[in-house]
Design a protein around this ligand. Structure first.
Ligand code: DP6
Length: 321
């Protein structure tokens, strides 16, 4: 009763921030993302009669804290579906620093969902996997399908899931992650979501969402990079404006994040087609077309004291190994 799965992290072009239902992780709005080829989690789950408790190892460390609780809760969902009572050993490895806003919960819960369900002998459809992954972490539902993905907010457990809008081959855009900080963030995104509504700008954000989602889907379909980039960048600032005006305020940027954001605007003025976005963390995702990626990487070398630079292309979703 053992299975291993690998799932990519994803970058949200239209963000999920704020929930309609906290427990079920039903979001306020649809979101759009791309799975990332360079950042992933690989997880092995083994259910066994010989275990008294679930054992959760993340990046070679036995976890005893809140994260373990969240994983155990997810295993409980799988046990309930399979109608079994066995405990499990979970071994999960990220190829990037966890808790930095690089979507470790997304890749983590997507990989855990696929590995755990297969380990107990369940073969779920992509939609069922996406729904189950969502219960572990909202953004994880988008790491199940391939390529460019839409998460339909829905209004119930069964109607809130992600599906593939376009294959990874549809458009060879690059997402270069400029890693600014590897320390875990002070306020997790789960806690951050609950503050969204306290921002005076939140209602304005939500009221513009349907049109924004429609526009970006058009830009993606027609590979209109300028249109796409403009929407993505404005959307990231929109979400961070809500975060910074929440009560209490949430600042996920570091000075270096802003330095890179300003550099991106300057590079663009000089003719380089590049746009930025950030999730709930200080790392900046730089989006460009493949033809410009070398130039972008060389520009990034001029930024001092960057921890790491991770180039990504669109990737498939969660895979069984
Ligand atoms: C800013 O999926 O981490 O990255 O459902 O509570 O686990 P939980 O939240 P999570 O939130 C992600 C927020 C975001 C935007 C996004 O990925 O859409």
């Amino acid at each position: 009763m053992k299975a291993t799965a690998k799932a990519p992290a994803n970058i949200a072009f239209i963000k999920y921030w704020g929930k309609r239902d906290e427990k079920l992780r039903i979001p306020m709005n649809n979101s759009i993302s791309m799975n990332l080829s360079g950042v992933s989690t690989t997880t092995t789950v083994q259910f066994s009669q010989n275990l008294k408790n679930d054992l959760v190892k993340i990046d070679n460390q036995v976890n005893k804290g809140r994260e373990r609780e969240r994983v155990v809760k997810h295993l409980d969902r799988v046990r309930m579906m399979a109608n079994i009572n066995l405990r499990a050993k979970v071994n999960s490895r990220n190829n990037f620093a966890q808790g930095t806003g690089m979507a470790s919960s997304a890749s983590g819960f997507a990989a855990l969902t696929l590995a755990a369900t297969r380990a107990v002998g369940l073969t779920l459809s992509e939609r069922q996997l996406s729904i189950l992954a969502r219960l572990g972490s909202g953004s994880a539902c988008r790491s199940i399908p391939d390529g460019f993905v839409e998460w339909k907010a829905g209004e119930s457990n069964e109607t809130s899931y992600a599906y593939s809008l376009l294959t990874p081959e549809h458009w060879d855009i690059c997402d270069v992650i400029a890693v600014v900080g590897k320390k875990a963030k002070k306020v997790s995104s789960t806690r951050g979501h609950t503050r969204a509504e306290s921002s005076p700008f939140y209602q304005a954000r939500i009221s513009g969402m349907t049109a924004k989602v429609r526009e970006i889907k058009k830009a993606l379909k027609h590979r209109d990079f300028t249109k796409f980039g403009e929407i993505v960048e404005a959307e990231a600032i929109n979400m961070h404006a809500v975060m910074m005006t929440s009560k209490p305020a949430l600042y996920y940027w570091l000075p270096k994040s802003l330095e890179i954001m300003l550099a991106v605007q300057e590079w663009r003025n000089l003719g380089l087609g590049v746009y930025f976005t950030l999730d709930a963390g200080p790392n900046v995702h730089l989006l460009c077309q493949k033809k410009d990626s070398k130039k972008l990487l060389s520009r990034l070398k001029r930024i001092e004291r960057l921890d790491e630079v991770i180039p990504n292309k669109p990737s498939v979703g969660a895979q069984l190994l």
